[in-house]
Each structure stands twice: as structure tokens, then as C-alpha cells.
Design a protein around this ligand. Structure first.
Ligand SMILES: [Zn+2]
Length: 258
């Protein structure tokens, strides 16, 4: 067992971020969809439990898990879903079994490459509309306006895999390839037919990336209604982050860098 109940480790900022992302009018999640985590020590994250609502989250709706044993499970070809489920089990509390979200593997996979303080995973209707469409894989390939490039940077697309060990492995592999190619963990990861993952060193950055992803999806859906998406071409954006003022602004808004 690597998961444990540790409400003392759960920060107020994480709880507040989780509740804000769960506000119904934002349409990012309903019911018990979505989850958030915070890196609270070198190898420890606190992550939302399975079945808890983001909107009503409290300190008791998170458990602590160690990152490296779960990464080792993800990297082993022999790991079964049963082993993962057992590792996420934090035991019984008040007669109820408490388990870290099955999507905890996404949260630990990010920390295999970067000590991002906050990771927020949601299922925004506008973004999932695009990610469930025939243009899912390329829908965010090029930025379509400069403010989204500022906040989102260059997103990564991960094709659909069943939540659990399958998605964890696919996510770890695609993220590793992205880090090899671009030297950084992306601020936004798009999960085909599923949702989004925002990574940031600040709670406000994780929120900004999530909300900008929704706006960007709405812009694309609008452009499709108007005849098609016209992205900014490579030449227009190639040296965008060579500009120190743009880099600094991105760092402030999205919580990139440390
Ligand atoms: Zn999900």
C-alpha cells in the first residue's frame, strides 16, 4: 500500500483550487469527475480520492501517495490493474474504503519528469467536444490566437486509453517523448475522448491553463461553424518565446519555471 490518509498534508490552496474548478457554471466537471494534486514533498503528492466531488472537496477528500513506487509500477511491463488498485488503497475510514483516484497515475507520471507543484485534471464539455471529434488529434496542433499560445504553450495530445494502468502507461510514454523533443513538460495535455491535464507551479496557473483550454476549444468550435479553423502558422509563432517579455508573462500567468 502506498496511499495513506494524511489531511495535515493537504493545503488550503489545493482545496480552494479544486472547489473553484468544480464550480458548475464553469462546466469543467460534474459529479465526481476530475481530480487535482499537489506535490507536498520530494516524493509525495496529495491527490483527490475516488468518488469525491471537486465542487464540495474538503481536506478529507485527499490522500497522500508516494510517487516513485507508482512510477515503478507504471514502468514495469508485468503490472496488473489489480496491483495498481491495491497501491491506491488507503484503507477504511469510518467504515468506508478510501482510495486515491484511479487517475492518480496521470498525476504521478507528470512528476516523473517535472516537480510541478499542481496538476489539475478535468473533463470540460467544450474541450471534450473537440477531443471526441474526427479532428481530435490535430485540433490543438497549432495555436489560433496569441493569448492561448501565451498561456497554454505547446499542448500535447495523448490518444484514448482506458483509465488505469493503460492510460497511465500511454500518458507516461507520450509525455516522455514530448519532454525529449521540447525539453519541458507541457502546461496542457489533451486526452483523446476524455479531458485535459493542466500542470503548473502555482494554483492560479493550473486554473488559468484549464480556463484558457476551455476558451480555446470554444474559439475552435466557433471557427468550425464559420467554415474551418485557420491556425497561426509556424513562421508567425516560431520565435515567440525568444522574447523575454513573452517568457516572463507566460511564467506569471501559467506558473511555468520555478
Ligand atoms: Zn478523467
Amino acid at each position: 500500500m502506498t496511499a495513506r490518509f494524511a489531511p495535515d498534508l493537504v493545503g488550503d490552496e489545493l482545496v480552494a483550487l479544486t472547489r473553484r474548478l468544480g464550480e458548475p457554471e464553469r462546466d469543467l466537471v460534474i459529479l465526481a469527475e476530475g481530480n487535482t494534486s499537489e506535490l507536498v514533498a520530494d516524493d509525495t503528492i496529495v491527490v483527490k480520492t475516488s468518488g469525491a466531488s471537486m465542487r464540495d472537496a474538503t481536506h478529507d477528500d485527499f490522500v497522500a501517495v508516494e510517487v516513485s513506487p507508482l512510477i515503478a509500477l507504471l514502468r514495469s511491463a508485468d503490472t496488473t490493474q489489480e496491483q495498481v488498485t491495491a497501491a491506491l488503497d488507503a484503507g477504511e475510514r469510518g467504515g468506508v474504503r478510501v482510495r486515491a483516484s484511479i487517475e492518480t497515475l496521470i498525476h504521478v507520471a507528470v512528476r516523473a519528469f517535472d516537480p510541478a507543484r499542481y496538476v489539475a485534471h478535468t473533463h470540460p464539455t467544450a474541450v471534450v467536444s473537440l477531443l471526441a471529434s474526427v479532428i481530435a488529434a490535430e485540433s490543438f496542433a497549432a495555436p489560433v490566437y496569441s493569448d492561448e499560445l501565451m498561456v497554454l504553450g505547446r499542448p500535447l495530445f495523448v490518444p484514448y486509453a482506458q483509465p488505469g494502468i493503460d492510460l497511465g502507461r500511454a500518458f507516461l510514454e507520450r509525455l516522455g517523448a514530448h519532454v525529449d523533443a521540447h525539453g519541458e513538460v507541457p502546461s496542457l495535455i489533451l486526452l483523446g475522448n476524455h479531458g485535459i491535464v493542466a500542470t503548473s507551479h502555482s494554483a492560479s496557473g493550473a486554473e488559468a491553463v484549464s480556463l484558457m483550454a476551455v476558451k480555446s476549444a470554444r474559439v475552435r468550435l466557433g471557427a468550425l461553424q464559420a467554415g474551418g479553423i485557420a491556425g497561426l502558422d509556424e513562421a508567425a509563432t516560431a520565435h515567440y518565446f525568444d522574447r523575454a517579455d513573452f517568457r516572463e508573462r507566460r511564467q506569471t500567468l501559467s506558473g511555468t519555471g520555478r
